[in-house]
Write a protein that binds this ligand. Structure first.
Ligand code: FES
Length: 308
C-alpha cells in the first residue's frame, strides 16, 4: 500500500485531528480539494471520517506500565523493562517506534519521547533506555514501580524510504542511547535484513558502556564493528570516509545527535536515515513543537509527515 505523506494514514488512529481541521496529509478531500488529487491507496479516509460522525478516531491512550526490572548500565543510563500487553509490544517492534514516557506520579510537562530499545511480544516486555540529561529524564530515572507510557508512535526516524534492498553495503554510525532503534531493525523481520547487508557499524559507547552494547547488540550480524569516540576521533577513518563518499549505492544510517548526523549526511552526499530532527512533544500534530515552514510556506509537522 502506498502512503503519500502521513505516518499514521491507515492506522487505528486515522483520521486524526488534522482531518478535523482540514489539514489531513493523506486525504485531498478533507483538505477541501477533490478526489482527483488523492493518491492514497488505502481505505478512504474521508469515508472513515464521515462514518465516525465527522470526528477524529480515538487517539493513543496513556497506560500505567509496571516495571519488571531496572538495569543500571552507567551513572547516566538505565534500561527499564516494562510489562505490556502483546499487541502493544507488537506495535512497538516496528522500525522508528517510540513512546512518550513520564513518571507515574508527575502529571504535567514531563512526557519525554523515548525510542523503543527492544520489544518482546511473546514475553509481554518492553525495554526502554533512559539516558539522564535533563529534568524529564531525571524524574523518569527515579521510577521504581511503574511508568506512564503513551504510544506507540512511529516517526522517530526520517528518510526510511531512502533504504534499498539492493544496497550491497550498509554504513551505520551510532552514538549513545540513540542506537536504540537499531534493535527493531534486527527484530523487524526479513524485510529489514535485506537492508543491512555487509553491515559496517561505527559506534560511540559514551554514557552507555560496553555491557549495554553486549546485552542488546551482541548478536549484530555485522561484518565490521568499530568502537570509537566520535568527539576525539571523528566518525570513521579517512579511508572509510572516502569509501562512504564513493559508495553511492550503500545504505547509510546515522543514529546520533543532529551534529553527527549532519556530518554523516555531508559525507554521504545524499539523504540518509537519521532521527527526526524536530523536538517531539505531542506526536499528534497538535502542539507545534516539531514544525517548520517549507519554501512554499506550508507548515510541516515532523511528527506526522513522512520524508522530512
Ligand atoms: S510533536 Fe507536537 S506537532 Fe509534532
Amino acid at each position: 500500500m502506498r502512503n503519500n505523506g502521513c505516518i499514521d494514514a491507515g492506522r487505528q488512529v486515522c483520521p486524526c485531528v488534522l482531518a478535523a481541521c482540514g489539514q489531513c496529509l493523506a486525504c485531498a478531500k478533507l483538505r477541501g480539494e477533490t478526489c482527483e488529487s488523492c493518491s492514497w491507496q488505502g481505505s478512504c479516509i474521508y469515508t472513515l471520517y464521515e462514518q465516525n460522525g465527522c470526528r477524529p478516531a480515538d487517539t493513543r491512550r496513556e497506560r500505567l506500565l509496571s516495571i519488571k526490572e531496572v538495569r543500571a548500565y552507567s551513572e547516566d543510563l538505565k534500561v527499564f523493562v516494562l510489562e505490556a500487553d502483546t499487541g502493544f509490544c507488537q506495535k512497538a517492534q516496528q522500525l522508528g517506534a517510540y513512546v512518550f514516557v513520564s513518571p507515574a506520579d508527575v502529571k504535567n510537562w514531563y512526557d519525554a519521547p523515548v525510542s523503543v530499545l527492544k520489544a518482546e511480544p511473546e514475553k509481554g516486555l518492553l525495554h526502554l533506555g533512559i539516558c539522564r540529561c535533563g529534568p524529564k529524564s531525571s524524574e523518569i530515572f527515579k521510577a521504581e514501580k511503574s511508568l506512564r507510557v503513551r504510544g506507540v508512535y512511529n516517526n522517530a526516524l526520517s528518510a526510511v524510504d531512502c533504504l534499498t534492498d539492493t544496497a550491497p553495503e550498509t554504513f551505520i554510525f551510532a552514538k549513545g542511547i540513540a542506537i536504540a532503534p537499531l534493535r527493531n531493525f534486527l527484530d523487524g523481520g526479513k524485510g529489514y535484513e535485506q537492508k543491512l547487508k555487509n553491515l559496517r557499524l561505527y559506534v560511540d559507547l559514551e554514557k552507555v558502556g560496553a555491557d549495554f552494547f553486549r546485552d542488546y547488540f551482541g548478536d549484530l550480524p555485522a561484518a565490521f564493528v568499530e568502537m570509537r569516540s566520535f568527539a576525539r576521533e571523528g566518525l570513521c577513518s579517512l579511508e572509510d570516509l572516502d569509501e562512504l563518499e564513493e559508495r553511492k549505492d550503500a545504505n547509510v544510517i546515522a543514529l546520533t545527535s543532529p551534529y553527527y548526523a549532519d556530518m554523516a549526511e555531508r559525507a554521504a552526499g545524499r539523504r540518509i536515515v537519521r532521527p527526526v530532527s524536530g523536538n517531539l512533544c505531542c506526536g499528534e500534530g497538535i502542539c507545534g513543537a516539531c514544525t517548520f515552514t517549507d519554501e512554499a510556506g506550508n507548515t510541516v509537522r515532523r511528527c506526522k509527515q513522512l520524508r522530512t
